[in-house]
Ligand binder design. Structure first.
Ligand code: VGL
Ligand code: ZN
Length: 202
């Protein structure tokens, strides 16, 4: 590996995805020490942060009569309506207190437009609006990505698949991920990642 051709990307290691949070992922906080060690091992270090305005359309509470975890049809396709989570500036949106945020080169926020969700670190859920992360990585000479974080079946999945489609060599570290796993979403996510050439290291 040349000096800086590999980046580590930690996806959404935030309080709301950890036990006690608004969209808690079982055992979510157990990824923190794994991710701190991974971050220390790679030359380019990126954290992503889910960062929604309070009026975000993906919050079930913002659609009358909608239940959390129900599906709606957005202009760009099916969208899950979530419990209100990762509201900009809230404690739930903050990184887990033990995450080594000081080590990060870049913190990339996503999901900040009220009318569109953004699971992927590369494109919003319309699959065309870029977050700018591709340009950042390419201009630093990065060609390989190692990823982990929360949740495996949503933000990790879409980040890994988009990165592979963009031509990056992608490895997802299973021990550094935990899943929401609703209606078989974890099995679907694993298959989708494998189908796109993502290496899943367990
Ligand atoms: C996520 C659902 C909604 C995630 C973010 O980080 O996987 N999932 N917003
Ligand atoms: Zn979100």
């Amino acid at each position: 590996m040349t000096a800086e051709d590999t980046a580590f990307i930690a996806i959404d290691v935030q309080n709301d995805f950890c036990p006690g949070g608004a969209l808690a992922v079982a055992d979510g906080d157990s990824v923190v020490p794994v991710i701190n060690d991974l971050m220390a091992a790679y030359p380019v270090k990126v954290l992503t942060q889910d960062w929604h305005p309070a009026d975000h359309f993906s919050f079930a509470a913002n659609t009358e009569g909608a239940a959390p975890f129900s599906l709606v049809e957005a202009p760009y396709g099916p969208q899950v309506l979530w419990p209100t989570h990762c509201v900009q500036g809230s404690n739930g949106a903050a990184f887990h207190k033990d995450l080594d945020t000081d080590a990060a080169d870049l913190i990339l926020r996503k999901g900040y437009r009220s009318a569109i969700d953004s699971y992927s670190a590369f494109f919003e859920n319309d699959h065309v609006t870029p977050t700018g992360l591709e340009g950042y990585l390419r201009s630093r000479g990065v060609t390989k990505l190692v990823m982990a974080g929360l949740a495996t079946d949503f933000c990790v999945r879409f980040s890994a698949v988009d990165a592979a489609k963009l031509g990056f060599e992608v490895t997802v570290i299973g021990a550094g991920c935990r899943a929401i796993d609703m209606d078989g979403s974890l099995a679907q996510a694993r298959q989708d990642m494998l189908d796109h050439g993502v290496v899943i290291a367990d």
